[in-house]
Design a protein around this ligand. Sequence first.
Ligand code: SF4
Length: 441
Amino acid sequence: MRKLTPLTSVHALFDWSKSHDPSLAAYRLLGGYQAFNDIRKKTSLEPLLDQIEQSMLTGKGGANFPTHRKMRLMLAQGGDRKILVVNGSEHEPGSLKDRYLIENVPHKVLEGALIAAHAVKANEIVVAINEGSSDAVTSFRNALQELLSNPDIDFSGISITVQTVPEIYIVGEETALLETLEGKTPLPRSKPPFPIQEGLHGLPTLVQNVETVAHLPFIFSAGAASYRALGRNGNGVTLCTLGKEFINPGVYEIPLGTSIREVLYEWGRGLQNGTAIKCVQPGGPSSGFLSSSDFDAPLDAKALGQYGSALGCAVIRAYSVNECMVQRIGEIMHFFAETSCGQCPRCRMETNMLDTIVKQVLAGKGTPKLLDKVEDVIKLATGQGICSLIGMPVAPIRTGLCLFYDEFLAHLENRCTCCTTRNEPQRVGQGIEGSQHDRPA
Ligand code: SF4
């Protein structure tokens, strides 16, 4: 894995500038595990969830669902065995934040997991890590061993295990992850029942992203108000991965509410090739494109939704003014066609049809009527899938057609000025470290 250097000017949450030592001793010197030791004594759990609600923390795995709501549902579940799965599978192309946390601040992840488990009365923690992140797996296992050998941190009654999971995109979907952890083929499950009702091995299971739990130690040591104050909009911070097209690629802790323009040009320092940025996807391949006229939009899930885009897990992908967007959209459609697990006929139909339509446009075959078929295909598929992947090609193709319709027409008329050749669409994320997207076996 490429070593990335986060900016040191903003480090409140993860102590980036204070220590790059992942050991327990270094973490404890920074006050590590104090928050867990404090809340461990509390038997009244609702106030803990109130504090998470006040922090405005939302899931960092892509859905941005309010964390406290999921945790309240889990706390309400009865039973002697309840499981917290910490999802570190991180299959979003280009995303490196979770493996960065697991490798560099493993005790922050462990403490956050213990806090979450205590708050929802879970007695088993399973940490799922992408098997391709061998350094992260080693670092985390070492950290767990240190924790197990330390009598000062009492987490009796809570077991912690680590499981590696394959580098297959669909494994990131939480029920496909549960299937994988049970040793089965990673296929998303029909819902209901939801994992909180019947999850891993049929037991109540809360699935939380690695970064989400890693925010909890700060919230419980500094307080919800201090956490919120880290954001420009009062909503805290988030980790973003800036791709290798930037002068300063890397994983950054960025205050929510920062403008997209600032993220691109202040944090990322613009594109390596020196060209202006035509558009950006702020939340990975399933997020809608924002054109340069919308770069004042704030980095915030709700606000980006109003622009037809999404924050997702904050993989920031920028496109140069010289890039052919039909090519790029073709890569994205091809990616979703390849990663659909194939269980749902409408998902297979939609992802393959959209891939085929854009390929035809790239080949200069067809008329503008071909582009009208996109909405027909989307309409047939809407709401017909077991998981959310069926909706993932929608925002990029819709916003792409809206913003770059002239480029689609230029391709149909074989006069695209950005393309010198008619290449077959490449896989999205190709060349971005940490992106793998094979079909399940
Ligand atoms: S919606 Fe697509 S990816 Fe999801 S279960 Fe159905 S076929 Fe598989």
